[in-house]
Ligand binder design. Structure first.
Ligand code: GLN
Length: 502
């Protein structure tokens, strides 16, 4: 079929339906995705690597599977173009993690989630830009180039999974994968007006994910709708012998409860997350307040007295624990094992120093220093150990709220997407995750869904948080909200190929 006839904003559900009805083939969808990337990525710069040849081959294989007529041969993802954050190892395809350190690194194996996507017949169209080693909230810390926001190319898409959010928001791919350590799926999803979801810690294998902070990192989906995010998570989730932190719990059907609605369901709106304050844009709070009205209209009882007083300190805890784990994880980049190697020094130490000096960007070095400090003798008890204790308190506080309500709702971010270059103070950048980090600290599943528009007509997100392993209720709440609103159907007026970076 003619590529122009294909809507770049097809949902996964619509695309899967079209593939089965024969309205189009996976090759059609894939050519349309590649053409869209070609036409828009000068402005968006979402991709570090476009996998043209691999994508076409995978599409043709998917078409064979789909045409076999045997439904058991295919999955919800068979033939669907998907973009992948460039920290998931892809066999034979460069995996940079947004860093010069891994600029030329080509993995010899697939991450477990990539293996599952291949088995499901998904069509990977490319690897997406990100903040170096997933450290950042704007994708400006990529060692290569910044990515644009589909609603305004001069603004950031959020981060660290900015490329994956833009790929979906700009109609370049139907769904994508990102990772979320402190908010890196939900915050860019909110900034780009798409759905982004972080599963319960341990729901998805981390095998083959370039490690940032191992007790927090989780892979999760970006999509245009809640049901699409659930369908993608369904494929990648589940036990994996290669990752001992990946739970052995069986994976439930995440879509089973989708349309059960919210009548009579208690929803906590913790007051600390709805308070005006410095850096919190009133429009974003107003969007979240409006969303509470929508949820109440669906029959939910909103508990405005709920409170998570210690969760306010989650960001502080995060900036001790995440850098500590990062400083240990990033010790492996020594110029010997793999990745960039500086060899002009006069000694082994000079080569080691040169490798890390050139290979890492400033933000990564800052995190390594913070982490090494927090872990050092004399400071370990005062910082790292104390942060671990507060982590436990935060987890318990969530338990208290979940004893009364199965869902928590908050704004996703304190502001809408900002202009590139506008935030130069690291601490100000860190504050982007003030609402998202608590779920990572407590290991809980959380999702951001489009919830209107804030300052300058930029998208705002609404976050749902559920108890550990209860993704089904999370999707149910988010789906009910989505069905009662039309924010997810709004798309940027990005007219390919006329938009070009200023
Ligand atoms: N923005 C946070 C950070 O810079 C979170 C990043 C993430 O979730 N990977 O660490």
């Amino acid at each position: 079929m003619s590529l122009d006839a294909l809507d770049p904003y097809l949902t996964l559900t619509q695309a899967a339906g079209g593939l089965r009805s024969g309205a189009f083939t996976s090759r059609d969808l894939t050519e349309a995705s590649l053409a869209r990337i070609d036409a828009t990525d000068d402005a968006m710069r979402a991709f570090l690597t476009v996998m043209d040849d691999e994508a076409r081959a995978a599409a043709d294989q998917a078409d064979q599977r789909l045409q076999s007529g045997d439904a058991s041969e295919s999955t919800a993802l068979t033939g669907i173009p998907i973009a992948i954050k460039d920290l998931l190892s892809t066999k034979g395809v460069r995996t940079t993690c947004g860093s010069r350190m891994l600029e030329d690194y080509v993995p010899v194996y697939d991450a477990t989630v990539i293996e599952r996507l291949r088995e499901a017949g998904a069509v990977m169209v490319g690897k997406t830009n990100m903040d170096e080693f997933a450290m950042g909230s704007s994708t400006e810390h990529s060692a290569f180039f910044p990515t644009g926001n589909p609603w305004d190319p001069e603004r950031v898409p959020g981060g660290s999974s900015g490329g994956s959010a833009t790929a979906v928001g700009a109609g370049q791919a139907i769904v994508s994968l990102g990772t979320d350590t402190g908010g890196s799926i939900r915050q860019p999803a909110a900034f780009c007006g798409v759905v982004g979801m972080k599963p319960t810690y341990g729901r998805v294998s981390r095998y083959g994910l370039v490690a940032f902070a191992s007790s927090l990192d989780q892979v999760g989906p970006f999509a245009r709708t809640v049901e699409d995010a659930a369908a993608l998570l369904q494929v990648v989730a589940g036990p994996d012998l290669s990752d001992s932190t990946c739970s052995e719990l069986p994976v439930p059907d995440f879509s089973a409860d989708l349309d059960k609605g919210l009548d009579g369901v208690a929803i906590a709106a913790p007051r600390e997350f709805f308070q005006a304050g410095p850096g919190i844009q009133p429009e974003v709070l107003a969007a979240a307040e409006q969303a509470l009205d929508v949820l109440a209209g669906l029959g939910a009882t909103i508990d405005r007295d709920a409170s998570l007083p210690t969760a306010q300190h989650a960001l502080t805890v995060y900036y001790i624990l995440a850098p500590s784990e990062a400083s240990a994880n990033l010790a492996r980049y020594d110029g010997v094992k793999y990745g960039y190697s500086y060899t002009d020094g006069d000694s082994m130490w000079e080569n080691y120093e040169g490798t890390r000096q050139y290979g890492f960007g400033d933000e990564v070095k800052r995190r390594i220093m913070l982490g090494a400090y927090a872990l050092s003798a004399g400071y370990y008890d005062a910082y790292y150990l104390k942060a671990q204790k507060v982590r436990t308190l935060i987890r318990r506080e969530f338990d208290g709220v979940f004893a009364k309500a199965p869902l928590i709702v908050t704004p996703t971010t304190p502001s809408v997407a900002f202009k590139q270059g506008a935030v130069s103070d690291p601490y100000e950048m860190y504050l982007n995750d003030i609402f998202t980090v608590p779920a990572n600290i407590a290991g809980l599943p959380a999702i951001s869904v489009p919830a209107g528009f804030g300052a300058d007509g930029m998208p705002a997100g609404l976050q749902f948080i559920a108890n550990a392993w209860d993704e089904a209720t999370l999707f149910r709440g988010a789906f009910a909200y989505q069905q009662a609103t039309d924010w997810h159907t709004r798309h940027p007026s990005l007219e390919a190929p006329s938009i070009k970076r200023a």
